[in-house]
Design a protein around this ligand. Sequence first.
Ligand code: OSB
Ligand code: MG
Length: 380
Amino acid sequence: MKIDAILLRELHLPLMRPFETSFGVTRERRILLAEIKSEGLTGWGECTAGEHPYYSEESTDSAWQVIVDELGPMLAAELPEHGSNCPSIFRAVRGNRMAKATLENAIWDLEAQREGVSLSRLIGGVRRRIPCGVSLGIQPTIPELLAVIDRELAAGYQRIKLKCKPGWDVEVFEKVRNRWPAITLSCDANSVYRLKDADHLANFDAFDLLMIEQPLWHDDFYYHAMLQKRLRTAICLDESIHNRRDAQAAIEMESCRIINIKLGRVGGFSEAIAVHNAALERNIPVWCGGMLESGVGRSHNIALSTLKNFSLPGDVSASARYWAEDIIEPEVAVSSTGEIDIPETPGRGYKVRTDLVERLTTRKETIRAVKTVSKILRPA
Ligand code: OSB
Ligand code: MG
C-alpha cells in the first residue's frame, strides 16, 4: 500500500476519575493518535506511552519525537503490504516500542479495511465476545474502594484487579475478601516490592488471588523466579515482557505462570501475536492489559483479545469508565455479563469521531517521506 500521509496528533482527555498506581496519579491523558492515509482509506493508531517515563522509558514526548523524526519518515518511504512488515521497516530504531506500535497498529487497521475483514479476523481471532475485568487504582480509603468494587461488580465485570503498594495491600485484600469471598480477585504492584519483601508477599497467599502482577523490578526475570518459588499465588509479568524471547525466557525460568500482553509494551500486533503464541505453546494463559487508552487504542486491544490464548479477563473495559465522551462511535460497551461483543465490520470496527478529535487536538504534524510540516495549534 502506498502511504499518502501520516498525521500525528496530540489530544488531551481528562479521566473521569484520577487513577493512582504505585508510581503516581494520572488525572488527564495526553494521547497521541496516528492517522495513516493510504489509497482512500484511513488507519488509526494510538500511542500508549504515559505522560511521564514511569511505567516504561517512553513518554508522550519521547514517542512524539521518535515518530516524527525517525519512524514516520521510515514508514512513509516504504510500501508495506502488511502490518507484519513494520518491525523490519523500523529495525534500525532500538526500543521505543510504544512509538513503533502507534504506527504498526494503524497499518494493521488499514490492512484489515483493505481486505474487507475485521481486525480480529485478520489476526486470526477466534472469540466473538471477550471477558472483561477492571483495574482499580489506589483509593483514598478502604470504604471508598469497597464502594467502587460494588459498582463494578454490579456492572458485570468478571475480575477485579486492585493496584497495591506497601500500606495498601494485605489489609485491603482482607476487607475485600471478607465482603466478597468468591469473586475473581487479583493485584498489580507495578514493581514496588523487593525480594526482601518475600515474607510479606507470601501473606497474599491467604486471599486466593488469581495472580500478583509485576511485584518486583520492572526489568527482572531472575528474582521473580526466586519469589515465585516462595508463593502459592501465580506471578503475572507485565513490565518485564517486551518480546517473544522475554516471554520464552520468563516461562522457562518459571518467573511467572501468567503473562499480561500490551500492544504498546511489545511494539505492536506482530510481537503481541508472537508473545501470545509462545505462551500458548507452553500452556501459559495470557490476558490483555490496558494503558488508560482512548477508544482507538481500546479497539485494538479488543481485537487482540480475541486470540485463542486470551483466556483470562483483560483490563479492557467500557469507554464510560474512563471518559465523559470517547472519541469513537459506538463507544465500547460492556454487557451485564461482563463481556464486549466483537464488531464484525472491516478494520477496528469503531468509527473515529473526527470532528471531536479535531476539536481536542493540541498539536499535529504531517509526516511525509522527505519533509515534515509542523503546526502548533494552541499551547498545551
Ligand atoms: O500496570 O496495568 C498496568 C495503567 C497505566 C499503566 C500501567 C497499568 C495500568 C492499568 C490500567 O492497570 C488498565 C486500564 O487501562 O484500565
Ligand atoms: Mg500492570
